[in-house]
Design a protein around this ligand. Structure first.
Ligand code: PLP
Length: 357
C-alpha cells in the first residue's frame, strides 16, 4: 500500500520493516516497458545466450550514476558478494572485514580461501592495528558496508580510505542500504563523500531502496572485465529476466529524479529516532533510516514484536546469529511514504509496549 502500510489478513498494519525505503516498488510499472511481454522469461548464463541488451542499459545507467567506468549486474546481492570476493582474493591473501558485515560478505571471504581478519565495528584504529600486524600476505582487501543493516550506523569511509592507501590495500564497499538513499541522485555514500577513485569495488543491490531485485558491482573497466571471466556466481548461473533489468533501470531513474523521496525519508527517520530517544528508548548508534531498538534478551524482543503486531505495527525481532549475543533488538525501517501522524502514533505504542514487557 502506498503510505507504508501492509494488509495482513484483511487488517491494515504500519510497515516498519520494509527495505523499500523510498517507496519505489509501489511505482514500478512493467506495462510501460517497451516489448514487456517479450522480456518475461529467464534466458541462460549471460556468457551462453543470455546477454540481452537490457543488461547493458542497466549497467551503463549504474556506471554513470556511480561515476565509475563500468558496472556488472549480478542476480542477487548475495551472489555478487560470493562472486566478487573470491575473484579478487585467494589463498595467500588477507581480507579485513568489519565485525558486523553481512553474512554474504563473510561467505565470500570463506569461499575465497584468503585469511579472514575481523576488525572491531566501525573502528579504524583496530583496523590499523591489524594492518600493521599482518605483513606476510600477498594482497590485502578491506571490506565494509557503508550503512550497516542491523544498526543503521555509517562506516568511517574517509578514514578507511586513508588506511587502505597507507597500507596498499584494495577497498570494497557494500552499499546495499545506502544506494538510492544517500548522495546526489541516490548515487550512494562513496559517491557523496567523493571517494569513487579510492574505492575499487562499489557493490550494491536493487532489492532494498530500489524496491526491485538483483545487484551490481561498479568499478574500473579492468575490474569488470576480470569479473566477467572470474566471478563464478556470475558465470555459472542464469542471468536476470530482462523485464527485471528494465524495472531495475526504471527504479534507478525514479530515485535519480525524485529527490523528495530522499528528503522525506531522512526527515521521517530523524523524527522517528528523535521521538524514540525522547521516550528514553535505546536506538544505539543509528544515524539513518534503519533504527534498532535495543532489547538484549531474545525472548523479550520476540514478545515485543508480537505485541506490536497485535497493535497494528509490523517490526521484526532480530536475534543471534544475525546480530551478536545479548544484542537482540527490534529493527525498524522508515519509508519516504510514511505519514508523520502514523509515525507519531507508532512511537507511543512502542514506548507503551516496551514499558509493559
Ligand atoms: C541484503 C543485503 C545483501 C544481499 O542482497 P540480496 O539481493 O538480498 O541477495 C548483501 N549485503 C547487504 C549489506 C545486504 O543488506
Amino acid at each position: 500500500m502506498k503510505n507504508g502500510k501492509l494488509l495482513c489478513d484483511g487488517r491494515e498494519v504500519l510497515n516498519l520493516c520494509s527495505n523499500n525505503y523510498l517507496g519505489i516498488s509501489d511505482d514500478l510499472d512493467p506495462l510501460s516497458v517497451a516489448n514487456a511481454s517479450e522480456m518475461v522469461g529467464a534466458t541462460a548464463s549471460r556468457l551462453i545466450v543470455g546477454n540481452h541488451p537490457s543488461f547493458g542499459k542497466l549497467e551503463q545507467t549504474i556506471a554513470e550514476l556511480k561515476g565509475a567506468e563500468a558496472a556488472l549486474v549480478f542476480s542477487t546481492g548475495y551472489m555478487a558478494n560470493i562472486g566478487v570476493i573470491p575473484a579478487i582474493s585467494g589463498s595467500g591473501d588477507i581480507v579485513y572485514s568489519d565485525r558486523l558485515n553481512h553474512a554474504s560478505i563473510i561467505d565470500g571471504i570463506r569461499l575465497s580461501g584468503a585469511k579472514l581478519v575481523r576488525y572491531r565495528h566501525n573502528n579504524p584504529d583496530d583496523l590499523k592495528r591489524l594492518l600493521e600486524k599482518e605483513t606476510s600476505y600477498r594482497r590485502k582487501l578491506i571490506v565494509t558496508e557503508s550503512l550497516f543493516s542491523m544498526d543503521g550506523d555509517i562506516a568511517p569511509l574517509e578514514r578507511i580510505v586513508d588506511l587502505k592507501n597507507t597500507y596498499g590495500a584494495t577497498l570494497m564497499v557494500d552499499e546495499a542500504h545506502s544506494s538510492g538513499v544517500y548522495g546526489e541522485y541516490g548515487a550512494g555514500l562513496v559517491n557523496e563523500l567523493q571517494l569513487v577513485d579510492d574505492v575499487e569495488v562499489q557493490m550494491g543491490t536493487f532489492s532494498k531502496a530500489y524496491g526491485c531485485f538483483g545487484a551490481y558491482v561498479a568499478g574500473d573497466q579492468r575490474l569488470i572485465d576480470y569479473l566477467v571471466n572470474k566471478a563464478r556466481s556470475f558465470i555459472y548461473t542464469t542471468g536476470l529476466p530482462p523485464i527485471i533489468n528494465a524495472l531495475n533501470t526504471q527504479a534507478v531513474e525514479i530515485a535519480k529524479k525524485d529527490n523528495w523521496r530522499r528528503i522525506q525519508l531522512h526527515e521521517n527517520a530523524l523524527f522517528f529516532r528523535g521521538q524514540l530517544r525522547k521516550s528514553n528508548l535505546d536506538v544505539g548508534q543509528s544515524q539513518s533510516q534503519i533504527v534498532p531498538l535495543m532489547v538484549g534478551d531474545d525472548e523479550k524482543s520476540m514478545v515485543i514484536s508480537q505485541r506490536l503486531f497485535d497493535n497494528g505495527i509490523a517490526a521484526v525481532a532480530i536475534r543471534p546469529p544475525t546480530v551478536p549475543k545479548n544484542s537482540s533488538r527490534l529493527r525498524f525501517s522508515l519509508m519516504a511514504t510514511h505519514d508523520r501522524s502514523d509515525l507519531e502514533r507508532a512511537v507511543e505504542i512502542i514506548a507503551e509496549t516496551v514499558g509493559d514487557v
